[in-house]
Design a protein around this ligand. Structure first.
Ligand code: SF4
Length: 443
């Protein structure tokens, strides 16, 4: 359980030197208790006090790393229940399930490796391949793990509850820092020994929250903390309730047995149902989702949703407020104005590209807000747009003086003409209207 500020204060050196940031040891103790500081900031804390205080200064959910190099995946280290409280830090990882005896394993690996998308200027990738021992044969499993490791840089999850099966394959890929799934009440001593010897992380699985807490304490009692949790539920609503309870106990009560990332497994068989199920787990509160479908059209919505969830709500995604050229531009190229909210900009860019008529796009700096929001907040005013037209350099690039504004802000067209001296053309309200608009005016 968490220590109070005063309990922490009793363990501190009481020099009140201020080297940790806050001016006094008491203020530092309060910051530690609320998770706003880490113990490392005090250079004078004794080893004995450090031992006691670790529980107060450690993040409520431990950071666990699997994979190596560019493919290292960080899981956990979350501090809040809700994204708007602060932000979420480590996006849910997707691990794609393959069976060890699949005859088309190389094709499946290729398809999973190819799950990479570019959307609104961001690159979306997936994180891991989970090899499932359905054959029950250690040699078959080892061969499959070797094949996956040789053909994919992604992190590895080894799925078998038989220590003998894991013992065969794990040493071969120990340099890839895989995740073992899973330790149970029946095998945990052997699994912990294997994980320790090979520096791997380990899923601890039990049936229900009470059994899980007990088993985690046994595993931690063996001196092992590189843990992911699996409460054993497979029904969507039970998983949702279980994961919410685990997160609440970890964050609000600092209940240490649940202070680890959580893994979930989809069970729905239809691809769309599976995507919905994975979306629920992604939303609350899985650190890793093991999923079966690897069709691009099923995965892209999940990665888009993940991107939205794990964006810092206080920092909108923006693009640089400069002139962007689309296609082979010349001095008669149309000029589009939008905002620097990345989704607005890339919607316009995609549609200008689709129109096959080159365009200049100038995103005005509206602090990452969309057109209507920016206009309502006074950040997309005629004076500001006129200044951009004057100073951006667009006057040197085009011989005409016509500018296209979003249809949603048609109301500013008259004033913008007065302020800028440019002829204002009111474009479509939605970016999707740009191809038809551009063809009718500029083709
Ligand atoms: Fe106290 Fe340590 Fe902070 Fe100095 S650095 S004020 S001793 S907690």
């Amino acid at each position: 359980m968490a220590l109070t500020g005063l309990e922490i204060y009793k363990q501190l050196p009481k020099k009140n030197c201020g080297e940790c940031g806050p001016p006094t040891c008491l203020a530092f103790a309060m910051s530690l208790a609320s998770g706003k500081a880490t113990l490392d900031s005090c250079p004078y804390v004794s080893a004995a006090a450090r031992e006691t205080l670790d529980s107060a200064s450690a993040p409520p959910i431990r950071l666990i790393k699997i994979g190596t190099g560019d493919q290292e995946v960080e899981l956990g280290d979350e501090h809040v229940m809700f994204r708007h409280d602060k932000t979420f830090y480590h996006p849910t990882a997707f691990a794609f399930l393959v069976d060890d005896n699949a005859t088309d394993l190389p094709e499946q690996i290729r398809a999973i490796n190819g799950l990479e998308f570019n959307r609104v200027g961001l690159n979306y990738t997936v994180e891991a391949i989970a090899v499932n021992c359905v054959s029950g044969d250690a040699a078959v499993f080892k061969t499959a793990v070797e094949t996956v490791a040789a053909n994919s840089p992604l992190a590895l999850v080894l799925i078998s509850e038989d220590p003998a099966v894991i013992a065969e394959a794990l040493p071969v890929v120990k340099d890839r820092k895989p995740l073992i799934n899973a330790a149970t009440t029946g095998n945990y001593e052997q699994m912990v020994a294997l994980a320790k010897a090979n520096e791997a992380a380990l899923v601890v699985k039990a049936e229900g929250l009470n059994a899980l807490a007990e088993l985690v304490e046994k595993v931690v009692g063996l001196g092992f903390k590189e843990i992911l949790l699996d409460p054993g539920y497979r029904n969507t609503s039970q998983v949702l309730a279980g994961l919410t309870e685990i997160r609440r106990l970890a964050i609000k009560k600092k209940f240490r047995p649940f202070g680890y990332p959580v893994i979930t497994f989809t069970t729905e068989t239809g691809a769309l149902d599976e995507v919905v199920q994975a979306g629920v787990y992604l939303s609350k509160y899985a650190s890793m989702v093991v999923i079966q479908t690897h069709q691009k059209e099923h995965i892209l919505p999940l990665l888009s949703w993940r991107q939205n969830l794990y964006t810092d709500p206080q920092k909108p995604i923006t693009v640089e407020a400069k002139i962007h050229a689309v296609g082979e531009v010349n001095d008669q190229t149309p000029v589009y104005i939008t905002t620097n909210f990345s989704l607005s900009y890339y919607s316009v860019e995609g549609e200008v590209e689709a129109s096959k008529i080159p365009g200049y796009i100038i995103p005005v700096d509206t602090e990452g807000t969309s057109v209507l929001t920016a206009w309502a907040a006074g950040k997309f005013e005629p004076e500001k747009i006129a200044a951009v037209l004057e100073t951006s350099g667009i006057k040197d690039l085009v011989g005409h003086r016509e500018v296209i504004i979003p249809g949603y802000v048609a109301v500013i067209s008259g004033k913008l003409e007065d302020k800028s001296g440019w002829k204002v053309i009111v474009g479509p309200r939605e970016a999707s209207g740009i191809p038809a608009f551009a063809k009718s005016r500029f083709a």
